[in-house]
Design a protein around this ligand. Structure first.
Ligand code: FNR
Length: 349
């Protein structure tokens, strides 16, 4: 036998090492040995429950797929593969406005709960059409990304002269062929199409065209969080767009608590940015968010192994979170509290 890695394996070795009489003396219990078995079995019946609800939709873990653009660049099956993995792992799928599969393709491919992310185009009619198309297709919420009046300066994309494929949702509506000769075609596309005048009053417009709850994505301050609640959003996503917009914006985990305090449970706060480990998720929950969204982790899984890779990524994070919860004495998500973590401010002072 290889080196034992747990107590049960030592028991096997002990059995081999000892005469039966002595082995039985050590291992045995009384009479029917019911309690002996129960002592061990009772542990097995206590499980860690990571399930939670997001906007009332039950999910296996406080993890959502963040909307990220153009999954077909990572894998030929694109967002359909991602959505299937979300369904298989029972987590919510956030579909990007800039997806390479259509709303209908994603809808018919799986039964995952789906939220639809939007940018607001200067052509408001197109954005309204997309919102209503998502609603018709059974999407359960709109994620309004508020941190992208223009695209951040992504210098690698400029150097690579990054080219976007035609976005299938917009076929016949809007072309991505806004070619920039000297830089990123994606940046050029966004500069021409995105409405940089987007402001708070536009939430009222959005509410006038849909009955779906609206999550606002890209909040980093208590002031904006309070304002967002005033204009009637159903939830807030603390996000800096995976550090792709304003460089020197704060790391999202460093501002989460400020936002949570400002909101005072009026609406749920969600979080994204830099989540790579179950311990990261645990910290985010301890600091008051209800769930995390994962962006790059999903794209990495998709690029490496398609649907299966995305599922593996989600399951890895779930397993790591489960282990973290177990080792921290938390049986349910609600058992994770502020006292489980210390921030660097607390450590220094
Ligand atoms: C994004 N993100 C993003 N957000 C959004 O609202 N609409 C989008 O289309 C995209 N597209 C996109 C593409 C890629 C390649 C990345 C990496 C990110 C941002 C995304 O939703 C999320 O905020 C971040 O990805 C979270 O950070 P991590 O998990 O990638 O560290």
């Amino acid at each position: 036998m290889a080196e034992p890695v747990n107590v049960n394996e030592f028991q096997v070795l002990a059995r081999q090492a000892l005469p039966k009489m002595y082995y039985n003396y050590y291992t045995g219990g009384a009479e029917d040995q019911h309690t002996l078995r129960e002592n061990v079995e009772a542990f097995r019946r206590i499980t860690i429950d990571m399930s939670t609800a997001i906007l009332g939709y039950k999910t296996s873990a406080p993890i959502m797929i963040a909307p990220t653009a153009m999954h077909k660049l990572a894998h030929p099956e694109g967002e359909v593969a991602t959505a299937r993995a979300a369904a298989a792992s029972d987590v919510i799928m956030g579909l990007s406005y800039m997806s390479t599969c259509t709303v209908e393709e994603v809808t018919s491919s799986c039964n995952a709960v789906r939220f639809f992310q939007i940018y607001v185009y200067k052509r408001r009619d197109i954005t309204a059409f997309m919102v209503q198309r998502a609603e018709r297709n059974g999407f359960k919420a709109i994620i309004l990304t508020a941190d992208t009046p223009r695209l951040g300066r992504r210098e690698a994309d400029i150097k690579n002269k990054m080219v976007a494929p035609q976005l299938k949702n917009f076929e016949g509506l809007i072309s991505t062929e806004y070619v920039s000769d000297d830089g990123s075609n994606i940046e050029a596309f966004a500069a021409v199409t995105f409405d940089a005048s987007l402001c708070w009053k536009d939430i009222a417009w959005l509410k006038s065209i849909t009955n779906l709850p609206i999550l606002i994505k890209g909040v980093l301050t208590s002031e904006d969080a309070i304002k967002a609640v005033e204009v009637g959003v159903a939830g807030i996503i603390v996000s800096n767009h995976g550090a792709r917009q304003l460089d020197y914006a704060p790391a999202t985990i460093s501002v989460l608590e400020e936002v949570v305090h400002a909101i005072q449970d009026k609406v749920p706060v969600f979080f994204d940015g830099g989540v790579r480990r179950g311990t990261d998720i645990f910290k985010v929950l301890a600091l008051g968010a209800k769930a995390v969204l994962i962006g790059r982790a999903v794209v990495y899984g998709l690029a490496a192994k398609g649907e299966h890779g995305v599922k593996q990524v989600i399951e890895m994070l779930k397993n790591e979170l489960e282990l973290t919860m177990t080792l921290s004495g938390c049986c349910t998500i609600n058992d994770i509290t502020r006292s489980h973590v210390k921030t660097d401010k607390e450590i220094c002072c």
